[in-house]
Ligand binder design. Structure first.
Ligand code: 13P
Length: 251
């Protein structure tokens, strides 16, 4: 039985005041839904504040990205070593906004996945197709190629210590959620693709859905057999709404 995981990705949104209100507003939701792991991914500069605010709570946290290098002349980056020192459990790698806006290839994402794991973080590998790819019927081939890059670099068993987040790019921030049936079909495909290589890994790995998840649709999405929780953008910025999303994952 895989534990449900609901993770908020704040993207480039937060103030000191909003972080305090949001974390304090999530403490009860984390307590009331003890079967669900609640995690947040703030912008890196707010990680120390989140570390302090979550100290006596069950809320875990991670970064939105990490560099392929662990130190050196790489202006503007944060390393997995630094994130670990500030108590991060997770880091996202390969979010579609990094792939599309920052031009990260699947090979770069695989390097980030490896360096995160080597330094004690659990990588949350984000995969998903664009609208054009979806309309061309290429979804399965796209997610397979994105997964293959990590398997080639780190091996199939590396996914024993990782999370996968399937986020169709056309559903991110658009209000267009994949139907539970579409999402389940792709999640099941991802799991069977993994099972062809290692059944135990496929059975163990949590696969989150992301893309316009909100309180009103979370229970139906998270109720699907192969959807183990969510990676949530907009709805994770409001404690009341995010608490509803979390409740949707409660068994
Ligand atoms: P939204 O929930 O705002 O669609 O964002 C999803 C996402 O990109 C989470 O990483």
């Amino acid at each position: 039985m895989r534990q449900a995981l609901v993770m908020g990705n704040w993207k480039l949104n937060a103030t000191k005041a909003s972080v305090e209100a949001l974390i304090n507003g999530l403490v009860d939701a984390a307590k009331d839904n003890a079967t669900v792991e609640v995690a947040v991914c703030p912008p890196a500069v707010f990680i120390p504040q989140v570390e302090a605010l979550t100290a006596d709570t069950a809320i875990t946290y991670g970064a939105q990205d990490c560099d392929v290098n662990t130190s050196g002349a790489f202006t503007g980056e944060n390393s997995a070593v630094m994130l670990k020192e500030f108590g991060c459990k997770y880091t996202l790698v390969g979010h579609s906004e990094r792939r599309v806006i920052h031009g990260e290839s699947s090979e770069v994402v695989a390097d980030k996945f490896a360096v995160a794991q080597e330094n004690g973080l659990v990588p949350v590998l984000c995969i998903g197709e664009t609208l054009e790819q979806f309309e061309a019927g290429e979804t399965k081939a796209v997610v397979e190629a994105q997964l293959q890059a990590v398997v080639t670099k780190s091996g199939i068993t590396s996914l024993n210590n990782a999370v996968i987040a399937y986020e169709p790019v056309w559903a991110i921030g658009t209000g267009k959620t994949a139907t539970p049936e579409i999402a389940q079909e792709i999640h099941a495909h991802i799991r069977s693709w993994l099972a062809e290589q290692d059944a135990a890994v496929a059975n163990k790995v949590q696969i989150l859905y992301g893309g316009s998840v909100k309180g009103a649709n979370s229970a139906e999405l998270f109720g699907q057999a192969d959807i183990d929780g969510g990676l949530v953008g907009g709805a994770s910025l409001d404690a009341v709404e995010f608490s509803k999303v979390i409740a949707g994952a409660s068994a």
